[in-house]
Design a protein around this ligand. Structure first.
Ligand SMILES: Nc1ncnc2c1ncn2[C@@H]1O[C@H](COP(=O)(O)OP(=O)(O)OP(=O)(O)O)[C@@H](O)[C@H]1O
Ligand SMILES: [Mg+2]
Length: 317
C-alpha cells in the first residue's frame, strides 16, 4: 500500500512519525561517533536495578553511533545492607565513612550484586554490556583521601581507559562499579560521580550525564536551575546552604570534568522515562546543563548544522 492510499488519519500519524525522525537529524549528526559517560545513581535504582526502558534508550544511543560508558552508584543499597548487618552508617559532605567492614559491603553490593544486575538488565534491552569495576585493568587508580580521614575512601589519582576503550571499540558497553585500587593493591570505595568525571576526561567524552533522583540542581527556593556556568557551580559550592549531601561531590565532579575538557555536563532526573533520549535528541533540554565559564548567552554556543529550526542553545544541548 502506498501512503496515498492510506486512510487520512493513519497517513497523518505516519507523517508525524517521519517528522519526529527528521527533527532528530541535527542531533544524530551532532552525537554520531562521540563518547558519552552516563552515571546512574543508586537513588534512581532503589526499586529496580535499572529499568528496561533505560536499557532501550541506551540501545538506541548505540545504534545511532554513540559510544556509551556507564558508571553506577549504589549509596542506598550499601546503606541498607550495612544497616542489616548492624554496621554504622555515616557520611561527611556526601562521602561515606568506610571502615574495613563497610568496604567489604560496598564491594559486595556495588561490584557484585548491583553491577551484575545492571548488566543483566542491559543485555535484556539489547545492549552488549560488560561489568567492570575501577580495579579491572587498572581502570581507576586512587590514593587514600588524607583529609578528612574517611577510612577506605579514595581520591582518583589517574585513570587508564585502555580496557574500556578496547571493549567500546568492539561495541561492548562497559558498566563500571565505583570500587578502585591504590598502587599497593588495596581496594577503596570511591564516589561514583568522581569516577564518572575522571573517565569522561580520560575518554575525551563529548558529554557527562548524571542521572539522579532529583529534577536537576535545585536552587534556594527549590526551583530547577536549568543552565549553570562553572563559575556559578563554584559559587553554589562555596555558599554551602543550597547544595548539600550527595550533590556536593556531584557538582565538584562536574566542575572537574569541565576543567578536564568535557564540553557539557548534564544532570537528569532518572525517574523520568526516556530522560536520556529527550535530552540528546530533542530541543527540549531536561534537567540542568552545566558548561564551562559563564552561562551561555545567545550565540555563544556553536550552531548545530542541519535543516531543523532549532535555536543555538537548544540545538547544542
Ligand atoms: N541543591 C540541590 N539540588 C538537588 N539535589 C540536592 C541539592 N542539595 C542536595 N541534594 C541532594 O542530592 C541528592 C543526590 O545525590 P545522591 O548522592 O543522593 O544521589 P546519586 O549520586 O544519584 O546516587 P549514588 O550516590 O547512590 O550514586 C538528591 O537526592 C538531593 O537530596
Ligand atoms: Mg551520590
Amino acid at each position: 500500500m502506498t501512503p496515498a492510499t492510506l486512510a487520512p488519519q493513519v497517513r497523518q500519524r505516519t507523517i508525524a512519525k517521519a517528522r519526529t525522525l527528521l527533527d532528530a537529524l541535527p542531533f544524530l549528526r551532532e552525537h554520531w561517533g562521540t563518547t558519552i559517560v552516563i552515571k546512574v545513581g543508586g537513588a534512581v535504582m532503589e526499586r529496580a536495578p535499572l529499568s528496561l526502558s533505560f536499557a532501550k534508550d541506551l540501545a538506541l544511543l548505540q545504534h545511532v553511533g554513540i559510544h556509551p560508558l556507564i558508571v553506577h552508584g549504589g549509596g542506598p543499597q550499601v546503606t541498607e545492607v550495612s544497616a542489616r548487618l548492624g554496621l554504622p552508617v555515616a557520611f561527611v559532605d556526601g562521602l561515606r565513612v568506610t571502615d574495613a567492614d563497610t568496604l567489604d559491603v560496598a564491594t559486595m553490593v556495588l561490584a557484585g550484586k548491583l553491577n551484575t544486575e545492571i548488566v543483566a538488565t542491559l543485555l535484556a534491552g539489547d545492549v552488549p554490556a560488560v561489568g567492570l569495576s575501577g580495579v579491572d585493568g587498572g581502570l581507576v587508580v586512587v590514593r587514600r583521601r588524607p583529609d578528612p580521614d574517611l577510612g577506605f575512601v579514595g581520591d582518583v589519582v589517574r585513570v587508564d581507559v585502555e580496557v574500556a576503550r578496547t571493549l567500546m571499540d568492539r561495541r561492548f558497553v562497559p558498566v563500571v562499579a565505583s570500587i578502585a585500587v591504590d598502587e599497593s593493591g588495596q581496594t577503596f570505595n570511591v564516589n561514583a560521580d568522581a569516577v564518572a568525571a575522571e573517565l569522561a576526561v580520560g575518554l575525551g567524552a563529548h558529554k557527562l550525564v548524571y542521572m539522579s533522583d532529583v529534577p536537576g540542581v535545585l536552587g534556594r527556593g527549590g526551583e530547577l536551575l536549568s543552565e549553570l556556568g562553572s563559575r556559578e557551580v563554584a559559587d553554589l559550592l562555596r555558599d554551602g546552604a543550597v547544595v548539600e549531601g550527595g550533590m556536593i561531590p556531584k557538582l565538584e565532579s562536574a566542575a572537574r570534568a569541565l576543567e578536564g575538557g568535557v564540553p557539557r555536563v548534564h544532570l537528569l532526573d532518572g525517574r523520568v522515562e526516556h530522560a536520556l533520549v529527550l535530552e540528546l535528541f530533542t530541543p527540549e533540554g531536561v534537567g540542568t546543563m552545566i558548561v564551562a565559564e559563564g552561562p551561555p548567552g545567545p550565540g555563544s554556543v556553536e550552531r548545530v548544522p542541519g535543516p531543523s529550526p532549532v535555536s543555538d542553545r537548544e540545538g547544542a544541548r
